[in-house]
Write a protein that binds this ligand. Sequence first.
Ligand code: MN
Length: 487
Amino acid sequence: MKQYQFWFVVGSQFLYGPEVLETVAARAAEMAEKLSAVLPYPLVYKVTAKTNQEIADVVKEANYDDFCAGIITWCHTFSPSKMWINGLASLQKPWCHFATQYNREIPNEEINMDFMNLNQAAHGDREHGFIGARLRKARKVVAGYWQDEDVQRRIGDWMKAAVGVAVSKNMKVMRFGDNMREVAVTEGDKVEVQTKLGWQVNTWAVGDLVKVMDAVTEAEIDGLLDTYKASYDFATDDLETVRYQAREEIAMKKMLDAEGCMAFSNTFQDLWGMKQLPGLASQHLMAQGYGYGGEGDWKVSAMTAIMKAMGENGNGASAFMEDYTYHLVKGQEYSLGAHMLEVCPSVAADRPRIEVHPLGIGGREDPARLVFEGKPGDAIVVSLIDIGGRLRLICQDIHCVKPILPMPNLPVARVMWQAEPSLTTGVECWITAGGAHHTVLSYDVTAKQMKDWANMLDIEFVHITKDTTVETLEHDLFLSDLAWKLK
Ligand code: MN
C-alpha cells in the first residue's frame, strides 16, 4: 500500500505581527510531529496560511500529490475566511476541520490581550467553519484537545476513511466473466460508479485466465503450497486438488497485478476451461488484501478491498459475506453467513482447515476451500446498491458470536451474528432499504468511518442501529429520496 500522509494547514493572518506568526508556525510543527507519532498516518505541517494565494497554492499541491490523502485545517488565530474561498472551492482531497487549541488551560496570571490574540481558535475556528458550511464542502469536524486520546482516535479513524477514499479513487476491478444471469442486485451503472467512486471496472475472458493457469510451473505451485502449509491445517489427502487451487491463485494474482487490480469477481456460470471453482484460491487472495465478489458482484468486491485497506495494517478483518440462513428460536435469534466457498480467513477465530468437498453448483470438480468459524465481536455489514440515479451505502451494526452449533456437515466457513435492533426488525429494515444478500462484514471498520467515507464521496448513507425502527427508516428513506433527486 502507498505511504499515504495528511497535510496540516494552519490558518492565521498578518494582523498580529511576525512574532505571533513565528509562534503559530513553531507550535503547528510541534503538534504535527507529536500527532504523527500516535496517528495511523503522518501529519505533515505545510503552512501557516495568511493569504488567498498561500491557501490556493497548498490546495493545488495537495490535489496533485498522490501521497497526500487529505488535509487537516485549524485556525490557531483568527483567519478571515474569504481568503480561503478560492482554495477550498478547488479542493479535491478529503478535508477535516480540527477545532482544537494549543494550550489546554486558560492561565490565570498569564492571560492578557496578547495571549487572547495568539490563542483564539474558539474565534478563528468559527469563521473557518462558516466558510465550510457556506461552500457546502464535504468535511469532517472534530473538536477537542489535540493531546487527548479520544480526540486522536477520532482523527485517526477519519484518516483511515480518507485513505479508503484514496484507495477507491484508484480502484481497478477485474471481472472474470459477467454477473450471474438474471440477478438484479449485483448489477449497477459502472459509469456512475466510476464518476462518483473512481472505480475502473472491466472484464477479462475466462479463457485468457486458463491460458495463464496452464503456464504456471510446478515450482511456483510448490512455493505456494509451502505458504498454505504455514498458514492452514490440511484436512485432506487430496493434494492434487489443493495444487489446482494454487495454480488458479497464482494465475489470477499474475493477471490482477499486471493490471494493477486490487479486486476481482467471477461466477460459477462461467468457468470455461477451469476444473474447479476457485475457493481456497480466492480466500487466500483475500487474505492478502484483494477484494472478491461472487456471482460477478464487482461492487462488493471493490468494497471488500477498500474496507480491507481502511482496516488495521491495510488488511483488516473485513470479508466478503453472504446472508444465508436464520436461527429463529425465540430469544436466540441469529443470522448465519457464509458463501459457497469464498469467505476471507482474516475473520477466522482459529487456524483454518483446508478441506475438499463436492460442490453441487457449477458442475465442476470438487474444490478445495478453507473451513473455519468466524470470531466473536462487534462488527458491521455493508452493502452498496445502485438504487437508480444514485448509489446507496447501507450499513448495519451486528454482534458476531461463536456459532451456537458445530454444524459438522457444513463444508464452508461460517460466521454467526445478532443484528441490530433485532433479527426480525433488522431484516425488515435491511429489506426496506434494498440491501443486498452480499455484504462486506468488518470487525475493524466502523459505521462512523463508512459514513465519513460516503460523505467524502457524496453518496447516500443509511445506518441501521439499535435505535432504528421500520417507521423512522421508511420516513428517512422517503425524505432522502426527495433530497437526492433535488441535489
Ligand atoms: Mn453469493
